[in-house]
Design a protein around this ligand. Structure first.
Ligand SMILES: N[C@@H](CCC(=O)N[C@@H](CS)C(=O)NCC(=O)O)C(=O)O
Length: 409
């Protein structure tokens, strides 16, 4: 049975909700707010509105969000992992929804001509946006995400609504002055949950500038005619135009010389690992001037339970790393047994820094990265085993059997 209907069009507050529907595969239709059912059920006419089974109705984006998440998974860590984190998630949702977004709109709408322009009011709103953003800057100076150490709905929701800021007023200079918020936004916007709805994100170079509306000049009948055009529905009026699209800057790793990883990936998949692939790797693939080697260890091994779940965790991490397929090859194995296991492995990374290749995955900081010396015999022994998985792994002086593993290629 259908789980309900969400009403809206392209309004920004529908973005995080559509992301939840997709992520949790909820059976909820997304229907235009022009629909008579919306008009009848929501007299204030604000978007989003939701109608569930048996006439259950909700408005207010935060309430609808919490309902969707609980409907899909009452244990979801997207709402934090305890009462304190849950309250913190709500704090950020409220701050972004009530303080940030309306004031961002109060800056760019007058600039784009969507609302009357008054320089003093725009400047005041811009100053207020700045003071609120400093709350995000401060938190994100020491943490990857807004709540706890993992991605929560606070991140998804806030990044989604901040598209209005990044789409109109947070140009290159702003991003330089707010490195923490930018780094966080860039991470969250690429997370699959949002990427599925928003797609590849492109940044603006410069904020929108105020252009006095032509209609003030009396001699322009075309503009005057436009002014007299019939008004759109109120809620649609609220919707902002698409952000200016500019070509995406080249990924820093694209600027480096290239030895393809493709051939190695083919060799590793097709050839006998010990006899052919491993010698090929050291001879043809590992060029220290172009690649670096990293030991990668999961930081929270004591939280792992069943080995197959640890392996799923690795699978999820690899999925989220997929934007870096061209720059990485690696394997992570799960060693040990149920309720006593850990994750370790190695990666070959284009360039000498691991961060630009890994930071596409929102959970990249759940792993520790240690640079390896490819000339060292012990290192080679470890990597060879991470390719062959035919010997136990040594962890803190103890030999542990490999239970499972995944190859990132
Ligand atoms: N308090 C509401 C605000 C919703 C809201 O302002 N929605 C905008 C679109 S994102 C809207 O419907 N604007 C139309 C209007 O103000 O008439 C919520 O948090 O959901």
């Amino acid at each position: 049975m259908s789980q309900g209907t969400l009403f809206g069009q392209k309004q920004i507050r529908t973005v995080p909700l559509r992301a939840l529907i997709k992520h949790f595969n909820l059976d909820i239709d997304f229907v235009t707010n022009e629909d008579p059912a919306f008009k009848k059920s929501f007299p204030i006419g604000k978007i989003p509105g939701f109608i569930g089974p048996k006439g259950f109705k909700l408005h207010e984006v935060i309430a609808i969000s919490i309902y969707f998440i609980n409907l899909a998974d009452p244990q979801s860590k997207l709402l934090g992992k305890n009462a304190k984190e849950y309250a913190e998630v709500l704090k950020w949702l409220s701050l972004t929804n009530s303080e940030l977004l309306p004031h961002i709109a109060a800056v760019f709408k007058p600039l784009t001509g969507a609302a009357p322009y008054n320089k003093k009011a725009v400047d005041e709103s811009a100053a207020y946006v700045e003071s609120v953003i400093q709350v995000y800057e401060a938190r994100l100076a020491n943490y990857t995400f807004l709540v706890g150490e993992r991605l929560t709905y606070a991140d998804i929701f806030s990044a989604a609504l901040l598209i209005r800021g990044f789409g109109h007023i947070f140009g290159a200079e702003w991003r330089k002055a707010h490195p923490n918020t930018f780094r966080w936004f860039n991470t969250v916007i690429q997370n699959k949950i949002l990427h599925d709805i928003v797609g590849d994100y492109t940044y603006i170079e410069k904020p929108v500038e105020f252009v006095p509306p032509k209609k003030e000049k009396k001699q322009q009948p075309a503009a005057a005619k436009k002014e007299a055009a019939p008004k759109k529905a109120k809620a649609v009026e609220e919707e902002e135009e698409k952000p200016v699209e500019e070509p995406k800057a080249k990924h820093p790793l694209e600027l480096l010389p290239r030895i393809s990883l493709e051939e190695w990936k083919r060799v590793y998949s097709n050839e006998d690992t010990r006899a052919k692939a491993i010698p090929w790797f050291w001879e043809n693939q590992y060029k220290p001037e172009e690649f670096s080697l990293w030991k990668v260890d999961y930081k929270y091994n004591d939280e792992l339970t069943l080995t197959f779940m640890s392996n799923n965790l690795v699978g999820g991490f690899f999925n989220r790393l997929s934007a870096s397929t061209k720059y990485l090859f690696g394997t992570l194995v799960v060693y040990g047994e149920n309720n006593n296991n850990g994750i370790t492995g190695f990666f070959l990374v284009r360039g000498q820094d691991f961060a630009p290749a890994f930071d596409v995955a929102p959970d990249w900081e759940s792993y520790a990265y240690t640079k390896l010396d490819g000339e060292d015999a012990e290192t080679r022994k470890f990597i060879n085993n991470m390719l062959a998985w035919d010997e136990p792994v040594e962890v803190n002086g103890e030999k542990r059997e490999i239970a499972d593993g995944k190859v990132f290629k």
